[in-house]
Each structure stands twice: as C-alpha cells, then as structure tokens.
Design a protein around this ligand. Structure first.
Ligand code: IPE
Ligand code: IPE
Ligand code: MG
Length: 250
C-alpha cells in the first residue's frame, strides 16, 4: 500500500548526465539458452525471469527513470500451444510472487499490449499490480505483453478516425504530439536506448513509432545470462554515442 512504502519509493529519480532516461530491452534468447543446455525452452524462460529481476535492480541502482521490457509479442501467440501455456503460466507465477517486492522497491508497473488476450485471472493480476504500484516514482517499469507496434499504431489511427467522424477532432489539428497521445505509451518519454540480446539485430515489431531517434545496442549475450555488467556495458556504449536528432553535427 502506498502509505506503508519507504520514503525512497516516492523519490523521483534523477539520472546522472549521460545515463539514458528511458531504456527499452528486447529480451531475446531464452530458447537458445535452454537448448544449449539440453533443457526444455521453459527452463530458459524461467532463467529469463531471474534476469528480469537483476535488470530491474540494475536500472534502479543506475537511477534510470524508465525501463520498458518486451516480454511477449503479439506474434508470440503463434508459438506452439505448449510454449504459450508455459509462458502465460510463468507470467501468472511472476505476478503473484514479485509484485509485492516491486511495490516495496518503489517500482511503478505499467502494461502495454493487448491484455484482453490473456486469461481473466491474469488480467485481474495485472490490474491489481498497476493499482498497487501506482503511487511509486523510483522506477517506471513498463512490460510489453501481447504487444505489437503495428497494432498499436493502427489502434491509434482508428481512434483518431472515430474522433474525427464524431466531430471531436479536427484532422488538421492532428500533429505528432497529438498522435503520440493516442498510443499505448502516452505520457512516457521515448526510449533513448534500445538493447536487444541474443545477437539478433531487428526490432520485431517493438516501439516502431517511439524508436525514431533511439540508440541501439545489440549484445551477443542470451537473455538468461544478461547481468548487471552487461547493463553497465550498454550504458557505457550509449555514453559514447553522439545523438544528433537530425541537427548539424557539433
Ligand atoms: C525470448 O526468448 C522470450 C520470448 C520471445 C517470449 P525466445 O523464446 O525468443 O528465445 P530464442 O530466440 O528462441 O532463443
Ligand atoms: C521478440 O523476440 C519478442 C520478445 C523478445 C518478447 P522474438 O524471438 O519473438 O523475435 P523474432 O521472431 O526472432 O523476430
Ligand atoms: Mg527469440
């Protein structure tokens, strides 16, 4: 409950210079991690959940204000039914066992994606987790679940079209800021740094709109092996980048 939180949980993070305000991570490679050990894929997903815990702690200790984790894409529903059941079961377990700890640590949890596709009990756990952590400011943790950026953009376009049809929106007034306000990420800063593990170098339908000027760091580590040291390496790499946003080089 917010009233029982330590005062630190309510402190607004002030990231030191050069630290990205918002880091988004495509957590990839769980299946390959398990396969390399002769284990079933679910073992990789379980080990991946441990890496999530470590990464949240690392983000807090580096005073990153916003962390967004790609946990399940809208395309991941196409995986074999057994793996989907294992993944949703793990999500249920994680929500039951971790949310109190997130709340204690001052983490505010948000979920983006088509949450209506999950079982009703999982939707209830997600609502409860968001409610329980709503007053926290130390780390804004967004988990992308059944998320697809094209879906998100189409839904925003549909909302705009409906508003225009009903006379609530003048199409001429729809600018980038207004459109961003119709996306699932409304109110969040764009990611400064996007990390993808496992060696793949693609976005896989993640934050297509929001990534317009993000820096990308691709790492060869498989997600279950991702450690605070890897997190630090990505921050170091980010600090070496020169961001221009289309302006003339300095
Ligand atoms: C990432 O690991 C987790 C999800 C996409 C749910 P993968 O399951 O994609 O693992 P690889 O890419 O097959 O190794
Ligand atoms: C992207 O990984 C989605 C998540 C990490 C949740 P995938 O493993 O699903 O992506 P592809 O299929 O390699 O592009
Ligand atoms: Mg993968």
């Amino acid at each position: 409950m917010p009233a029982t939180l330590p005062s630190a949980a309510r402190e607004r993070p002030a990231a030191p210079g050069g630290v990205p305000a918002h880091i988004a991570i495509i957590m990839d490679g769980n299946g390959r991690w398990a396969g390399a050990r002769g284990l079933p894929r679910i073992a990789g997903h379980r080990a991946g959940a441990q890496a999530v815990r470590r990464t949240i702690e690392a983000a807090i200790s580096h005073r990153v204000g916003w962390l967004t984790l790609y946990a399940f894409s809208s395309e991941n529903w196409r995986r074999p039914a057994g793996e989907v059941t294992d993944l949703t079961g793990l999500l249920r377990h994680y929500l039951k066992s971790e949310v109190a700890e997130l709340a204690r640590n001052g983490v505010r949890l948000r979920v983006i994606g088509e949450r209506g596709r999950f079982a009703e009990d999982i939707q209830a756990l997600l609502r409860e987790a968001e409610r329980l952590t709503a007053g926290n400011l130390r780390l804004n943790l967004t988990v992308a679940l059944s998320y697809g950026a094209r879906d998100e953009i189409v839904a925003a376009a549909r909302r705009a079209a409906e508003a225009a049809q009903q006379g609530r929106l003048d199409p001429a007034s729809l600018d980038e800021a207004a459109f961003a306000g119709l996306l699932a990420t409304t109110g969040m800063p764009d990611p400064d740094l996007i990390i993808r593990t496992s060696g793949e170098r693609r976005l896989s339908n993640f934050l297509l709109w929001q990534a317009a000027y993000a820096e990308f760091v691709f790492m060869d580590v498989l997600w279950p092996d991702f450690s605070p040291e890897h997190f630090g390496q990505a921050l170091d790499e980010y600090a070496r980048r020169e961001r221009r946003f289309g302006a003339r080089p300095a």
